[in-house]
Design a protein around this ligand. Structure first.
Ligand SMILES: *Cc1c(COP(=O)(O)O)cnc(C)c1O
Ligand code: SF4
Length: 336
């Protein structure tokens, strides 16, 4: 007899998609019908921080356009290999703030857990591209020190799951962890920082909605999209499912030269997000991480963009423009 695989043992579709992500720059260039002359530089930059992009995200890029705003977020470029003064490997002081492995306690009342170093997509501007995840990631059963730290401080009302991308972990592990968090009386709010519903909407499974809606914690999911083209019909449907399960949905974006440093683009992003049930939260000024200098938008230009955006949209569709400064008590607003 041929043994049958039990249906419950099947790999979920999102894990298959995660594993099939494009990691070879040659494949990306070929799929998008781009100039193969870009390949040597891409390979060089990818040695420092590998290419990784889900196929569904690539499908939202325009063919033949090397300046496509989604492509620019993931494509390794020669510019990354040039050193730039002021851009270094730990721009936001995370190493100093790590209270126990995998736990950052920088701001009053909330802690951030880097529950995994893995991401579905490698964003070239990411401030964590140099982060020592192997030291910082509590493995499967090593969340105990973080849980003990949270349990011992009744000033901690909110726990943020971050990374990497926490939704690269399985729903079983996340569900168990959230149940343990929920048992700590002073923890009231759970926040999940994730790019997965945007780059790999298949991740929004019934199992995910189950643990999100079964916890008594008030839950906020902060997704990350930088351009309206990221929000296609599949993403919109996934976000609306999340929304219907009762979580508060917010978006954080990064202001990126060549991607979204234009008032029309920012306006379209806010409107596309709102159509999908998401409110804009932060628009981050770029963290000055080595290899990302070519994405920087000057602060005066960033402020001017926000002023124009405020003149076009209702207040609730205008994100807060902020910069993270090491040692500051909050993300610092870049006021007008
Ligand atoms: C950004 C961040 C937070 C969350 O800040 P909010 O202003 O509450 O969104 C919390 N902890 C750390 C370490 C952070 O970097
Ligand atoms: S998904 Fe988030 S943490 Fe991961 S590479 Fe992109 S910006 Fe960085």
């Amino acid at each position: 007899m041929i043994p049958r695989t039990h249906p419950l043992r099947q790999t979920p579709a999102w894990q298959t998609e995660l594993a099939r992500a494009v990691t070879d720059p040659a494949e990306l260039l070929k799929t998008l019908e781009l100039d193969m002359g870009l390949l040597p530089a891409a390979r060089r930059a990818a040695r420092e921080f590998g290419l990784r992009v889900p196929r569904g995200f690539v499908a939202r890029m325009r063919k033949g356009d090397p300046r496509d705003p989604l492509l620019l977020q993931v494509m390794p470029l020669a510019a990354e290999c040039q050193a730039a003064p002021g851009f270094d490997t730990d721009p936001v002081g995370d190493r100093a703030a790590m209270a126990v492995p995998g736990l950052l306690h920088k701001y009053r009342g909330r802690v951030l857990l880097t529950v995994t170093g893995a991401c579905a997509v490698h964003c070239r501007y990411c401030f964590r591209r140099h982060f020592p995840y192997s030291e910082a990631n509590p493995a499967a059963d090593q969340w105990r020190p973080a849980l003990a730290y949270i349990a011992a401080d009744d000033g901690i009302g909110e726990v943020i799951l971050s990374g990497g991308d926490p939704l690269t972990l399985t729903d079983r592990r996340l569900g168990e962890f959230v149940a343990q968090l929920g048992a700590i009386p002073h923890v009231r709010r759970l926040r999940v920082h994730t790019r997965l519903p945007v780059v790999l909407p298949e991740r929004v499974t019934a199992e995910l909605l189950d643990w999100l809606s079964s916890t008594h914690l008030k839950t906020v999911v902060v997704v990350h999209a930088n351009h309206a083209n990221e929000v296609d019909a599949g993403v919109r449907a996934a976000l609306l499912r999340l929304r219907t399960s009762g979580v508060t949905l917010l978006n954080q974006a990064v202001l990126l030269r060549g991607v979204n440093d234009c008032v029309r683009t920012l306006e379209e992003l806010s409107l596309a997000l709102f159509d999908a049930g998401v409110l804009p939260y932060y628009l981050h000024a770029l963290d000055r991480v080595g290899g990302a200098a070519h994405f920087e938008v000057e602060e005066a230009a960033a402020r001017a963009l926000l002023a124009e955006l405020s003149a076009r949209l209702p207040g609730y569709l205008v994100p807060r423009l902020v910069r993270e400064l090491p040692g500051a008590p909050a993300k610092m607003p870049l006021c007008l």
